[in-house]
Design a protein around this ligand. Structure first.
Ligand code: CS2
Ligand code: MG
Length: 404
């Protein structure tokens, strides 16, 4: 079998997605997600100009060799653009291999280790009453675990909360130029425990509550927040501090028993080396799309399992249904599965990417379709062309740029 065609498809059914479609001489096709939110066209060029020319003629069954060829052969390694491009090739090849075997991908990854995949959803509100309504809405949709993000008194627009303009109209998270959000760490540290207090008072002690600090705290501030949240028993505190400095988590870990989740912006095992080997975290968050594909992410989960660390694949709406489907096959198969983030997509996105995976009673399943179980409607995709869209930029009250 040989790869005879490779297409890079950019579509924007409400938000931008980049998809690689490979076709073999047997007529089999495979899809891979290469979406990098806010930098999509960089990955399009990496694939189109530097990877696609190397793929035609290759044996699609040689997945490990192709991965090593693209990773080591580029000389310049790691980073989100490179690893998103390699991920798209890797997932498309696994899609082809599983289709050739007539099996859903999870069967090639060792088969099911569980019957279904627990998900968590996003609840947010500009204030606590609105957040409580949002939690109710997620529970009504069947979610059995919820991430809670709240507005902060005195701040106009913060991460994870859909803001509105002065006329009350929703302000889009992503715009043609970066939206400027404002931040005050002290206000956030004062307010967040009151948010957990209110949600626990309303929904009780059992509901798993997750929270994302989105890289914004110093280690001592993260330790303070972790300790202040302990009475509310969070399921996890995510990205509490920028973790490129992996050693920073040692101070946090020494000062709180709040479980820690890190890694959605990480793209190789080297980013986690200290965090995992010193058990500084409890969940690894990388997505298939940003970690180089199924091949390396499976290896990461197996490494993490030696340290009792579990998977928690990143799954917001900017991971396409192709990336989500690939994650679900891994989630079903690996032993040290933790939880799967799932925001869902718009109905139009689900039309462009028709998928076999399902969401029922707060759990997901990849389905039994051969491959990863996603079909891309090229005509509908073409009807929704790319639109420039940037992630917001975050500034402190004095105007200093801060982590977003
Ligand atoms: C967030 C993401 O879901 C999460 O945990 O950190 O929504 C993140 O903000 C986006 O993926 C950035 O593109
Ligand atoms: Mg996050």
């Amino acid at each position: 079998m040989k790869i005879v065609d490779a297409q890079v498809v950019v579509t924007s059914p409400g938000r931008n997605f980049v998809t690689l479609k490979l076709t073999t001489d047997d007529g089999l096709t495979g899809l891979g997600d290469a979406t990098l939110n806010g930098r999509e066209l960089a990955v399009v060029s990496y694939l189109t100009d530097h990877v696609v020319p190397l793929l035609t003629g290759r044996d699609p069954h040689r997945i490990e060799d192709t991965w090593q060829y693209l990773y080591r052969g580029a000389y310049w390694r790691r980073g989100p653009v490179t690893m998103a491009a390699i991920a798209a090739v890797d997932v498309a090849l696994w899609d082809i291999k599983a289709k050739a075997a007539g099996l859903p991908l999870y069967q090639l990854l060792g088969g099911a280790s569980r019957d279904r995949v627990r998900a968590y959803g996003h609840a947010n509100g500009r204030d606590i009453p609105e957040l409580l309504d949002s939690v109710r809405a997620r529970l009504a949709e069947g979610y059995q675990a919820v991430r809670i993000q709240s507005g902060i008194p005195g701040l106009k627009a913060v991460y994870g909360v859909h803001s509105t303009d002065d006329d009350g109209a929703p302000v889009l998270h992503q715009q043609a130029r970066p939206l400027v959000e404002d931040w005050d760490t002290d206000a956030y540290l004062r307010h967040t425990p009151t948010v957990f207090e209110a949600v626990r008072a309303e929904f009780g002690a059992e509901l798993p509550l997750l929270h994302d600090a989105h890289h914004r705290l110093s280690p001592v501030q993260a330790a303070r927040l972790g300790r202040d949240l302990e009475p509310y028993r969070p399921f996890w505190l995510e990205d509490c501090t920028p973790a490129e400095n992996q050693e920073a988590l040692r101070l946090v870990r020494r000062n709180t028993t709040t479980p820690l989740a890190v890694g959605e912006v990480f793209n190789t095992v080297h980013d986690y080396q200290t965090l995992i080997s010193e058990q500084l975290i409890d969940y690894v968050r990388s997505a298939v799309t940003h970690f180089g594909g199924v091949t390396p992410l499976r290896k990461l989960f197996d490494y993490a399992a030696q340290f009792q660390i579990r998977s928690a694949v990143h799954g917001p709406e900017d991971i396409s249904p192709v990336g989500m489907a690939a994650a679900l096959h891994l989630d079903l198969a690996v032993h040290n599965f933790g939880i799967q983030e799932y925001s869902g997509h718009t109905p139009l996105t689900d039309e462009v990417f028709r998928h076999a995976y399902t969401f029922t009673d707060g759990h997901l399943h990849p389905g039994e379709a051969p491959g990863i179980g996603v079909e891309l409607d090229l005509d509908l995709a073409a009807a929704h062309p790319y639109e420039a869209a940037y992630l917001p930029v975050n500034r402190l009250q004095d105007g200093t740029v801060h982590d977003w």
